[in-house]
Design a protein around this ligand. Structure first.
Ligand code: NAD
Length: 352
């Protein structure tokens, strides 16, 4: 096993993030911890790293950059409390840490289906390696599990006690079954070796730093609307989704990590307010002022009809519930994508 020592910031290009002077001046409290965030250069991970540094911790972000980007965390450099490592969690890692967040795994279907074998390895070997690390250093470890463990559910809304309805070998299985196996490993390390575990099941979350090519419904609609392209609805648009804004979710992560050892999870985190996909398209059109047309395409295999979390446990045990309404979260996300797409157009114009 090799100790990872490379820090990647030396030669990265500029990004669209603002300067974060307040992070540079954050004072570190006595309770400051060293926290490993695997997958920290991705959408959720970058927001988590930012928040942990704001709270005065030292953060080591380990990422293989398959879907994440150094630019997402570049602004954290000035804090002096942030280290970025290129590392694939499929390989073991040795680093003395107090806490571990495991977010490493591509989250959107086109990305996790691009190399399904590596996706399963990421969830299974990645969890195993990080659990071994947690055991070695007595660290508390958090797993970003997913509502996908419920598959195409027969129970609505989904409660944590529901075991799910998952196809074991369909195109989504590398993700769903990988995450299910990770939950098994986490619980076995807890039962057999006493590792302190924290599992959350995340439902559809959106916000700034999603990738324009993420392939999930919110980023698809916003990018299509901003580019004036047709907005693609799969199926008749009556399927429902619940959308949680990233700031709410990260608050839930930290509450879960700080909860008593007896709370292992899984705990659902998501926004229980349901919208149909057609309603979402209408909101995006209204907020962007786009004149894009709506077109319909066949529903992909195993696409769930309905997803809505039951968050009673999170409310009861963590005092958590989402605060940001869809229209507000969409405004912030649209502003981000607008900046990213404008910067991209300028770069293309400069080259031409
Ligand atoms: N965003 C959501 O709505 C959502 C919903 C459910 C679960 N999750 C889970 O939350 C986590 C983060 O999701 P996200 O939306 O930020 O996705 P993301 O794709 O933006 O982030 C995943 C990060 O993990 C990194 N990664 C992937 N494979 C890796 C590997 N083998 N080794 C090291 N790094 C690796 C990627 O480069 C990326 O930075 C994932 O585990 C995902 O399954 C997210």
């Amino acid at each position: 096993m090799s100790k990872v020592t490379n820090n990647l910031f030396r030669s990265e290009p500029a990004n669209v993030e603002p300067a974060w002077n307040d992070i540079a001046t954050t004072r570190r409290p006595k309770s400051s911890k060293t926290i490993l965030v695997a997958g920290g250069a991705g959408f959720l991970g970058s927001h988590l790293c930012e928040q942990l540094i704001r709270n005065g911790h030292r953060v080591v972000c380990a990422d293989n950059f398959s879907t994440g980007m150094p630019e997402n965390v570049r602004h954290l450099r000035s804090s002096g409390a942030f280290t970025l490592l290129r590392h694939d969690v499929v390989d073991p890692i040795d680093l003395r840490v107090d806490e571990i967040y495991n977010l490493a795994c591509p989250a959107s279907p086109p990305h996790y289906q691009a190399d399904p074998i590596h996706t399963t390895k990421t969830s299974v070997f990645g969890s195993l390696n990080l659990l071994e690390l947690a055991f070695r250093y007595g660290a508390r470890i958090f797993q970003a599990s997913t509502s996908e463990v419920y598959g195409d559910p027969n129970v609505h809304p989904q409660v944590e006690t529901y075991w799910g309805n998952v196809n074991p070998f369909g195109p989504r299985s590398c993700y769903d079954e990988g995450k299910r196996c990770a939950e098994t490993l986490f619980h076995d390390f807890n039962r057999v070796r006493g590792v302190e575990i924290k599992i959350v099941r995340i439902f559809n979350t959106y916000g700034p730093r999603m990738r324009p090519d993420d392939g999930r419904v919110i980023s698809n609609f916003i990018v299509q609307a901003l580019r004036g392209e047709d907005i693609t609805i799969y199926g008749d648009g009556s399927q429902t989704r619940s959308f949680c804004f990233v700031d709410d979710l990260i608050d839930g992560f930290q509450r879960m990590m700080a909860s008593p050892p007896s709370l292992t999870g899984p705990v659902n985190l998501g926004n229980p307010v349901e919208f149909t996909v057609a309603e979402l398209a209408d909101q995006v059109l209204a907020l962007t002022g786009s004149r894009s047309r709506i077109v319909r395409r066949p529903l992909p295999t195993d696409d769930p009809r309905q997803r809505r979390p039951d968050i009673s446990q999170a409310m009861r045990q963590l005092g958590w519930q989402p605060k940001v309404v869809l229209a507000e979260g969409l405004k912030q996300t649209i502003a981000y994508f607008d900046a990213v797409l404008t910067a991209k157009r300028h770069r293309i114009a400069e080259v031409a």
